[in-house]
Design a protein around this ligand. Sequence first.
Ligand SMILES: C[S@@+](CC[C@H](N)C(=O)[O-])C[C@H]1O[C@@H](n2cnc3c(N)ncnc32)[C@H](O)[C@@H]1O
Length: 208
Amino acid sequence: MVLDNRLFFPATERNRTCIGDLLSTIPLKGGSILEIGSGSGEHGVAFQKRFTDITWQSSDPLLIHRNSISAWIDYEGLNFKMPQPLDINVEQTPWKIPLELKLSLQAIISINMIHIASWNCTKSLFKESRKLLKIGQYLILYGPFKIANKHISQSNDLFDKSLKMQNKLWGVRDVEEITKEARKNNFIQEELIQMPANNFSLIYRKIA
Ligand SMILES: C[S@@+](CC[C@H](N)C(=O)[O-])C[C@H]1O[C@@H](n2cnc3c(N)ncnc32)[C@H](O)[C@@H]1O
């Protein structure tokens, strides 16, 4: 019998503090944050504990990940605060979003997802975020990115090659390409912030 479905993604221990610090600089007025591609759920519970006035709504298309997220919520005693994960595959649109979340949504975040998915997933992420977010609200991406179509480190270059060997549709994305997609969906790139370990945070704001 499986007693505990928690998965452990080591990178989440290394990056949760700096991502949390970044989130703390974004003006959020309570409500909910929707996380796309939550993975193990370790970020979700960490941020739910850190930001007590918001509701952290995690999601993932994989059942094994959603089970892990539920197990982490349980383990951290957050059942009365944090909702169960949603089954969202960015490409399957429209996303099935409960009305309560639609009404309380303040921002959408996706951490280390768009390079492990096809480019179409990035397109869908912006299209659906446009429908769900109100003017002035944020879509936040975190991960490795190319700048001016160039890798910022040799390790990112190697990582990109290893991704493409696993799946030719995957790969480290270029910030300018992402921002073009953002503009098509009425988002502007508000900030590009260098983070530890050759990662960036990209903050987009809906302007119309
Ligand atoms: C590298 S993991 C990152 C997980 C977590 N955000 C983290 O930083 O530890 C990528 C995640 O994206 C999810 N993912 C992949 N394709 C997706 C899609 N089409 N829609 C939504 N999530 C997806 C995977 O299931 C996985 O949980």
